[in-house]
Write a protein that binds this ligand. Structure first.
Ligand code: NIG
Ligand code: FE
Length: 405
């Protein structure tokens, strides 16, 4: 079978300043190129930036921008059900921590996870991944964390693999399960990390969850297991967890709404990504992280949906781009870098994904206008064609004319 695709006519094609970069520090986001160019795809890979008039599939990208497939590097898939009733409590003034103390929050999603069958959980997660694809997401990370028991966390790892998430993160330290002290649960986390097939370990550091000493301990566990350390930090309070995470060799620190000003420079100088989650910030009325400062200081920034039933029931990375541009004072290029190459680096996938380079997996998204329209036409989905692994994976009904086979 001839598995060639040619894309021609695009006015903007988003490419890195040079090939082979594992990530691009954000003070260099403006070096990304947007020149028009045709794209040739063969056997699932980007074959070159030239015309291929004999390709089996020809895509007319007139008036379009072509960007790499978006990488959602922080989601909580798979989970069971939703928590809309909590959202109403939140917007009418009840704090997230208070909802958690009343037995809501993560514990309530854990009860739903326990009640739901594998098929129900996977059905919901697959439908969310399908929604994400229509918004341009071609690679997704998922986390455990709604198990809250050893057996249920092991089930969550298995379901994450069955879902086919590109990366599965063990967020075994998400909330302290009933009947445990945090230290005793960390002993179970240690055993789970040793016994489960996960790509990274994650922890939620907050007054209602774990403390910096547990983050330090998880760093040692991650180093022993040879997996990446990630951490939910500084979401609702400033706990000064970033220096602890950096000392522990974290791959990413995520949320950062309450990042301390003294931690900006060390984070920006480290080989550790600042994963910002403006959807959770908006939906949970969090503070706004010093995102402009992080960019100017040369941090490796990433953006993600944080898709979860509590703080961010959002699937659309174009929406997240719009939020980041407005809330952070970022350019569209800065926001797109954060959910392509740098997001792929967070997942240790940037040699394969995240930028349009010869040899990389052919994951591409056609936008039906210039990239500047992604944040500007806020809330509208600009994605009209998605190619994943060299196959046309989704075409918006009004763009069917663009694809000729
Ligand atoms: O990333 N903050 C901790 N974890 C999730 C929310 C979990 C939940 O409320 O279900 C987050 O925001
Ligand atoms: Fe999260």
């Amino acid at each position: 079978m001839n598995r060639t695709i040619s894309i021609a006519g695009a006015t903007e094609v988003l490419r890195p300043p040079t090939d082979g970069l594992p990530y691009l520090r954000h003070d260099r986001a403006g070096d990304m190129r947007l020149d028009p160019s045709p794209i040739a795809i063969a056997d699932g890979r980007i074959a070159g930036f030239q015309r291929d008039d004999d390709a089996a599939v020809r895509i007319d990208a007139t008036g379009c921008a072509v960007i790499p497939g978006l990488v959602d590097c922080h989601t909580h898939l798979p989970f069971a059900g939703w928590r809309a009733e909590e959202y109403e409590l939140k917007v009418t003034g009840v704090a997230y921590e208070e909802i958690a103390r009343r037995g809501g929050g993560i514990a309530s999603s854990a009860r739903a996870f326990a009640r739901a069958s594998d098929e129900e959980i996977l059905g919901q997660a697959r439908s969310l991944v399908a929604d994400m694809l229509t918004c341009g997401t071609t690679a997704v990370e998922g986390k455990t964390g709604y198990g809250l028991s050893v057996a249920a966390e092991m089930r969550a790892v298995r379901l994450g693999r069955e879902l086919g998430a590109d990366r599965v993160t063990g967020l075994f330290a998400h909330a302290v399960p009933d009947g445990y002290e945090a230290d005793a649960w960390m002993d179970e986390v240690d055993a789970l990390a040793a016994g489960c097939d996960v790509d990274a370990l994650d922890i939620y550091v907050e007054s209602v969850a774990f403390a910096n000493e547990h983050l330090e301990r998880l760093g040692a566990i991650a180093a022993r297991e040879g997996v990446a350390l990630r951490a939910h930090v500084e979401q609702f309070n400033a706990n000064r967890s970033v220096p602890v995470a950096l000392a522990a060799g974290a791959r990413s620190v995520d949320h950062l709404a309450c990042l301390h000003p003294d931690d900006i420079a060390p984070l920006a100088g480290a080989e550790c990504a600042a994963v910002l989650l403006p959807g959770a910030e908006l939906m949970s009325a969090e503070r706004t992280p010093p995102a402009r400062e992080l960019v100017d200081a040369g941090a490796i920034c990433a953006l993600a949906t944080d898709c979860n039933p509590g703080t961010s029931p959002i699937v659309s990375l174009p929406l997240i781009v719009g939020l980041a541009v407005r809330r952070y004072g970022w350019t569209a290029l800065e926001a797109l870098l954060a959910c392509t190459l740098n997001a792929a680096w967070v997942l240790d996938l940037s040699s394969e994904l995240g930028s349009l380079e010869v040899g990389k997996r052919a994951d591409l998204v056609l936008l039906d206008g210039p990239i500047s329209h992604v944040p500007y036409r806020f809330g509208r989905n600009p994605v009209c064609v998605v190619v994943r692994s060299g196959e046309v994976a989704w075409v918006r009904p009004d763009a069917v004319w663009r694809v000729a086979a």
